[in-house]
Design a protein around this ligand. Structure first.
Ligand code: FEO
Ligand code: CA
Ligand code: CA
Length: 640
């Protein structure tokens, strides 16, 4: 069976068989009842306007925010949407985007050079940027779309399904990275991408980038090909994304370890272990054909990946900037919030079992009149990692604080192995552990509610929770062998995103109430009608609807029976109500989300489908694709 992206990080998903199940039951039952009401009382002391409290007050009232009829789970090889909605394809892997690009060849005939001119593989995070008119107003019908191409489906990309030559490596390198395309909307309200736009761009493993911030020029990022330690070729495993108020796109490097290897285990620097870089025989094999990825030849190359990259989507000649001040982890997305005092605050998850949630606070402040200064805001600032405390007598609510990751503070000293700030940032995970960051169940996307500033983060699953010494049960991660996931949210003290302290609770705990009556049934807002597993993508719309995208187990059997294919749900933050909005086709992950500025078109990524989606021909290939969702009546997606 085809590995999902979840598998790439998690490798496999435990069943509950063999867990210390009985021991959980007592606590779990009380948890479920706490979430039904008791929790709200507990939370009142923390959140002055506790959404959970509102939930109790509004009990049983249908959501006014969610204006569509929920759909059932599905195992069909098709996009399923509520009545009154329709979908169409914007762009699929291999579609031509640059001048001279050939059409996609379903028989696998496209070369590496062809792929560099076509839409990359495995569409993921994306953001739509509308053009501004001369008077400064938004042009509702013209935009550029910046999209991540996360990784490759080698079984479809390459003739023999695996890397066997330098040409294969080159094709894989060209299929990664980013794609930028211009879009136009016609009088009927349909968007399409423009094949011949001068703004179209492919960014991949050969695109020159600049390292910025404390790590630029450091010994740890110098290589024979780049003795300056400032010029990196390309970006890789671009998972989710962010965007800035100054109009740039943020693309986040996640599972970079997979493209590296070495001739011998002893050639892998010991400090790469925390990132999973190793001399593996069973990975993608780039290192056998391109010495840049062979640690026996180029040991520092992995230090040049795992960053957040910023670029201007309207300037195809611009050089993307790797923002080292934001830390080196397996980045999921980058949620930028402009604090009331003008600091740019970026929230970030590091997706691996037991890893952490981070916050960056810019040194400078946003100035609408100084675009050049804004574009340097992510170059310099302070990185923090989250520590979550359980609540008193209530594991689901509590307090927390941000711990500064600055050299010389909090034990981040030379004696503890941190020579300077650059070394600390290259080894961000090590620094986080040094200061006592809370181990989390694979933090994926973070999104801030535009209406009240509360910040949500998906914790997708973690089979190691409660099983490994460094990942004990804790407040935000309360279930052992957690194969369903949960969503945590927090509120900065005083609404100040630069404050040290925050309060948190769990917005939902995914589960299967048809199979379990304990903690694995999930929180009270999970029912047999809306259940799902492995929340991953996450995003608020302008009205405060919370869109939840899943990347999980889609067998529809056993503990996952009744959940169907991966899907998208919509949550009401105040009432806690969750409704299923969309189900994806066979084998896919639903990931990547953006909207037109009027919120009448939703762009959603369908990654690594395995069936006939969207245009399989005999002997051909399923293709990752961007889907556009609109309403037949032309209304706002999700609204009444
Ligand atoms: Fe690329 Fe953690 O998903
Ligand atoms: Ca995932
Ligand atoms: Ca993800």
């Amino acid at each position: 069976m085809k590995p999902t992206q979840s598998d790439v990080n998690a490798q496999d998903t435990d069943s509950l068989v063999g867990t210390d199940f009985d021991a959980l039951v007592d606590k779990a039952l009380s948890r479920r009842s706490l979430l039904k009401g008791g929790m709200a009382a507990g939370m009142l002391g923390f959140f002055s306007l506790s959404p959970m409290a509102q939930a109790v007050a509004a009990a049983m009232e249908p959501s006014r925010l969610l204006g569509f009829k929920a759909i059932k789970a599905s195992t069909d090889d098709a996009i399923v949407l509520p009545s009154g909605y329709r979908s169409s394809i914007l762009m699929s892997w291999g579609d031509p985007v640059l001048p001279g690009a050939p059409e996609f060849d379903h028989q696998g005939g496209n070369s590496a050079a062809d792929q560099a001119l076509q839409f990359g593989d495995n569409t993921d995070g994306m953001a739509l940027f509308h053009f501004k008119r001369a008077d400064g107003s938004v042009d509702p019908d013209r935009a550029v779309l910046a999209v991540n191409n996360e990784y490759c489906n080698y079984e479809y990309l390459l003739k023999n399904g695996t890397v066997e030559s330098r040409e294969d490596v080159e094709k894989a390198k060209a299929a990664h990275g980013n794609t930028v395309v211009e879009l136009a909307r016609d009088g009927e309200g349909h968007w399409r991408y423009l094949r011949d736009s001068k703004l179209n761009r492919r960014i991949h493993l050969e695109t020159e980038m600049t390292l910025t911030g404390p790590v630029a020029g450091h010994e740890l990022v110098k290589t024979a090909a780049d003795p300056s330690g400032r010029k990196v070729l390309g970006t890789v495993n671009n998972c989710a994304n962010g965007r800035t108020p100054w109009g740039t796109y943020l693309t986040c490097e996640e599972n970079f370890q997979n493209v590296f290897g070495a001739d011998r285990d002893e050639d892998v620097p010991a400090d790469q272990a925390l990132y999973g870089v190793k001399a593996a025989e069973d990975r993608y094999g780039w290192w056998r054909h391109d010495e840049r990825f062979n640690l026996s030849r180029t040991p520092n190359e992995p230090n040049r990946f795992g960053w957040i990259v910023e670029y201007d989507p309207f300037d195809p000649q611009s050089t993307p900037m790797k923002r080292t001040a934001l830390g080196r982890v397996k980045h999921e997305n980058a949620e930028l919030v402009l604090n009331a005092d003008g600091h740019a605050v970026v929230y970030m998850g590091d997706d691996e079992r037991g890893e952490h949630i981070y916050r960056f606070v810019s040194k400078g402040k946003y100035d609408p009149a100084n675009e050049a200064a804004n574009r340097a805001l992510l170059q310099d600032g302070t990185l923090y990692v989250a520590q979550f405390n359980g609540g008193e007598g209530d594991k689901h609510a509590g307090t927390g604080r941000w711990i500064e990751l600055t050299h010389g503070k909090n034990g981040l000293t030379v004696e503890n192995g941190f020579a300077d700030q650059a070394t600390l940032l290259v080894h961000t995970r090590k620094a986080a552990k040094q200061v006592g960051a809370t181990s989390m169940d694979r933090p994926e996307w973070v999104s801030a509610n535009p209406l009240n500033g509360q910040v949500y983060c998906t914790l997708t699953n973690n089979k190691n929770r409660g099983k490994k010494d460094d990942q004990p049960l804790n407040g935000p991660n309360p279930r052992a062998a957690n194969h369903y996931g949960q969503i945590i949210r927090w509120e900065a003290k005083g609404g100040d995103h630069t404050a040290e302290e925050f309060v948190w609770d769990l917005y939902l705990i995914a589960g299967n109430p048809a199979q379990h009556q304990d903690a694995y049934a999930g929180s009270s807002n999970i029912t047999a009608d809306n259940m799902f597993n492995s929340p991953d993508g996450l995003g608020f719309d302008k009205d405060g609807r919370l869109w939840i995208l899943t990347d999980g187990e889609d067998s529809n059997e056993g503990d996952f029976a009744g959940m169907g294919n991966n899907q998208m749900l919509c949550g009401d933050p105040a009432s806690g109500e969750i409704r299923r909005f969309m189900v994806g086709p066979t084998g896919c992950e639903v990931t990547g989300l953006t909207f037109s500025e009027d919120y009448k078109t939703m762009f959603v990524g369908i990654q690594h489908p395995t069936g006939g989606f969207p245009d399989y021909q005999d002997g051909g290939k399923p293709r990752s694709s961007i889907v556009m969702v609109t309403r037949e009546d032309g209304g706002v997606i999700g609204a009444a």
